[in-house]
Design a protein around this ligand. Structure first.
Ligand code: NAP
Length: 293
């Protein structure tokens, strides 16, 4: 009997050398016994469109999209699912019947990670740092979860306003407040929010010594979340733990978004509970190879 054709998958981004996606997805391919390979495609931004067309022409089955292309990819796609439309950001593309279909599993991954840690966002208030693709997916997920108010702090104000405009019209949620990314303003806000979520790359390897800010000692019931998973924990989360706060790192979101992506590409069910502990262990081992900056 002829061997089934090997399917091609990958991740597009820039830069992308630190990506854990190949390890994660090769583990999942093996777990569901699908014959496939997963590659890294580092694409300089000026070549983005041309390279995506080449991947399509080359017959790729699906790819993840990471920093900084999650919004830019949209104009090259034929269709978006509801989550991607709402977030205005795409992190998973499926190539089917000569069409490129866009999905957002970052929001799904974030929701599953919250649920895994028994964190409830309904009627709570959150401060999100950043307004890129990940911030959009996280804000959309918080809205789905019934959040009461979202404060948004971004370096570039116009990008924060674009996020607010998009999500307000896509979801009918208007309780956004854009704030300055200055320390004094952020520290004051910590007294009134339940969650503070770093959705910027500040503190990501190799700039592991950086943090958006340091937490002061506090009695607040604040939960600090960093979407970054390299290093584990980030300086941001170390500072939160030292201040006595509960924390959640970005690795579980990565794992759960990856499982959701593989479900889309393969059309197969994957038992998240059975693969999760193995994946977390495997990825943590891999992260030990990165020298601190
Ligand atoms: P993105 O679309 O490029 O957005 C990056 C955001 O961070 C923008 O709002 C940008 O502000 C801000 N930013 C960048 N450098 C900054 C700096 N030096 N100081 C202050 N703000 C800065 O990236 P993304 O896809 O949203 O990813 C953001 C982070 O989330 C990355 O670290 C990524 O690894 C992580 N992430 C994790 C997961 C997971 O599964 N755990 C999933 C997705 C993303 P401007 O608008 O001013 O440029």
């Amino acid at each position: 009997m002829a061997k089934p054709k090997s399917l091609a998958f990958g991740v597009v981004g820039y830069p992308i050398g630190h990506s854990l996606s190949p390890l994660l997805h090769e583990f999942l391919l093996e777990a569901i016994q699908l014959n496939g390979r997963f590659e890294l495609f580092e694409i300089p931004p000026q070549q983005f469109e041309e390279k995506i067309r080449a991947l399509k022409a080359g017959g790729i089955r699906g790819f993840s999209v990471t920093i900084p292309f999650k919004e830019q990819i949209i104009s090259l796609l034929d269709e978006l699912d509801e989550r991607a439309q709402r977030a205005g950001a795409v992190n998973v593309v499926l190539h089917e019947k000569n069409r490129l279909l866009g999905f957002n599993t970052d929001g799904t991954g974030f929701e599953r990670a919250l649920a895994f840690h028994n964190l409830e966002v309904s009627k709570k208030q959150a401060l999100i740092l950043g307004a890129g693709g990940a911030a959009r997916a996280v804000a959309a997920a918080l809205i789905r979860g019934g959040i009461r108010k979202i404060y948004l702090a971004n370096r570039t104000t116009v990008r924060a306003l674009e996020l607010v405009e998009h999500l307000s019209s896509a979801s009918g949620f208007f309780n956004f407040i854009t704030v300055n990314l200055q320390h004094a303003e952020i520290l004051k806000l910590l007294e009134s929010v339940d969650f503070v979520i770093n959705a910027t790359p500040v503190g990501m390897w190799p700039d592991s010594a950086a943090a958006p800010f340091e937490f002061p000692k506090t009695d607040d019931n604040l939960i600090a979340i960093d979407l970054i998973y390299n290093p584990l924990p980030t300086r941001f989360l170390r500072s939160a733990s030292a201040a006595g706060l509960a924390v959640m790192d970005g690795l579980d979101m990565l794992i759960f978004q990856g499982i959701a992506a593989m479900r889309i590409w393969s059309g197969r069910e994957i038992d998240a509970n059975s693969v999760y502990p193995h994946l977390r262990k495997l990825l943590i081992e891999k992260l030990k190879n990165y020298e601190p900056a």
